[in-house]
Write a protein that binds this ligand. Structure first.
Ligand code: GDP
Length: 444
């Protein structure tokens, strides 16, 4: 996410750091590079101007220039300014009680990811114990109705559609009646999109808004389109009074411009971000976490929350108990790696760990997914005894056999055993320690 922006900012900070004691002129030069990175990331011009004015005023002040580490102070100022620009965010969907029907209206241009996002929200609601009904009110694009039905089937969520009906307002009203019959407590309206903002579309959305009275109206925008995303958010907000924006495709080449500009330009907060094509790739948007990601500082909070949701808690407890007893085998190692895999593609996970985003460059063409598959292959080719105690049991001939069995070179088996040894020692030391102590030990 935002790799070019991250690189630009990192090199700006490097320039500042390389200067030793900073003068006002040096500071201004460094900040020019920050400004350039923001513009290249397609952040709206007025936002960049405001951003730079706020940061510069403080950065060239005595307090920063005379501080022990001015460049670090500038990183802090930029972090704070990013948080101010993107926040505050209220992530709540403002759902009514389960005995009532909350109506969420989803709008967006064609291809923004609106239908997919309806599914993602539906999934999230279903997981939190709600009963959503998704409504195919996009009568513009014939395939949209089928698409929503496919998503509904995948998720086990009811979908309402009426293929013969030409008026989306009627479809929405009928759907609300159907929701009551089905006992659904949240209705998600998938409204029509267009390639561009036009009067007919806005008129249609306004009619749905007036006659169906949605409790919340969200706009789905494609995060890869930068300022275009911001402009369409502005136009939709003028017509509809949006309650939130959902920024999609943040897993791809999104440059960051939309994430940084939307709130400041439209006054509408980003509520969620889409981070993949899968229906579970929706994250709450938090200004502070996003600022951390932009600055390459990772986003450990989102990762921890995801881990709490995805990890098999019983398995984690079992492992914890075993480690406390000083037991850690290659089977445990494999099980831990399998849990981590649940967090998503490893490259994406690494970007969220503080200090790891820089590592991605150093890895070059290395593919962690592929590496993990090789490790699993090696472990699977070992006997149960060898997995329990590889250092003592695997001799040269076994090493060769295991390597042949898993299609790797013998030295790779050796490397795994060595790595495992280090891990096993660390794991048993970490067992029983609190999170804070663990972090401290990991840093040493
Ligand atoms: P709609 O026309 O606005 O309803 O858009 P769709 O829901 O059909 O999505 C358009 C394309 O974007 C599809 O190929 C989706 O799989 C893809 N898409 C949607 N959200 C995301 C996302 O967060 N990340 C990525 N990579 N692709 C997405």
């Amino acid at each position: 996410m935002f790799e070019a922006l991250q690189d630009g900012l990192t090199s700006a900070f490097k320039t500042l750091r390389g200067k030793g004691k900073l003068s006002e002129a040096n500071m201004r030069d460094g900040l020019k590079l920050v400004e350039k990175s923001l513009l290249e990331a397609d952040v709206s011009f007025p936002v960049v101007r405001q951003f730079m004015a706020d940061v510069t005023e403080q950065a060239v002040g005595e307090k920063v220039l005379k501080s022990l580490d001015p460049s670090q102070q500038v990183v802090g100022l930029i972090y704070q300014e990013l948080v101010n620009m993107m926040g505050p965010v209220d992530n709540s969907l403002h759902l009514l009680g389960k005995d009532q029907v909350t109506v969420l209206m989803m709008c967006g241009l064609q291809g923004s990811g609106k239908t997919t996002t309806c599914g993602k929200l539906g999934r999230m609601l279903k997981e939190s114990g709600r009963k959503p009904l998704m409504v195919a009110a996009d009568l513009q694009r014939p395939a949209a109705i089928d698409q929503l039905h496919v998503i509904g089937e995948q998720l086990g969520i009811e979908v309402f559609s009426d293929r013969g009906q030409k008026d989306p307002v009627t479809v929405c009203n009928e759907a609300l009646k159907q929701a009551k019959k089905l006992g659904a407590d949240v209705v998600i309206l998938d409204t029509a999109g267009r390639l561009h903002v036009d009067d007919e579309l806005m008129g249609q959305l306004q009619r749905i808004d007036r006659q169906c009275n949605p409790h919340q109206a969200y706009l789905v925008v494609d995060g890869m389109t930068g300022q275009d995303a911001v402009n369409s958010a502005k136009a939709f907000n003028e017509a509809l009074e949006l309650d939130g924006v959902i920024l999609t495709k943040m897993d791809g080449d999104a440059r960051g411009g939309a994430a940084i500009s939307v709130k400041h330009v439209t006054g509408v907060p980003i509520k969620f971000i889409g981070t993949g094509e899968h229906l579970d790739a929706l994250e709450e948007f938090h200004a502070d976490r996003m600022a951390g990601r932009i600055l390459g500082q990772g986003d450990i909070m989102t990762l921890v929350e995801k881990a709490q949701r995805e990890f098999d808690q019983d398995e984690m407890l079992r492992q914890e108990e075993r480690m406390k007893k000083g037991e850690f085998t290659l089977d445990d190692f494999k099980s831990q790696l399998s849990q981590i895999k649940k967090l998503g593609p490893l490259q994406k996970v690494m970007g969220m760990i503080p200090g790891m985003s820089g590592m991605k460059d150093a890895m070059g063409d290395m593919d962690p997914e592929q590496d993990m598959k090789r490790l699993f292959g090696i472990i699977d080719s070992m006997t149960a005894d060898e997995r329990r105690n590889p250092t003592k049991t695997i001799d040269q001939s076994r090493r060769r056999r295991i390597a042949a069995g898993s299609g790797v070179e013998p030295h790779e088996v050796n490397e795994l055993v060595k790595q495992f040894d280090v891990m096993a020692t660390m794991m048993t030391q970490l067992a029983g320690k609190g999170m804070r102590e663990r972090m401290k030990m990991m840093r040493q």
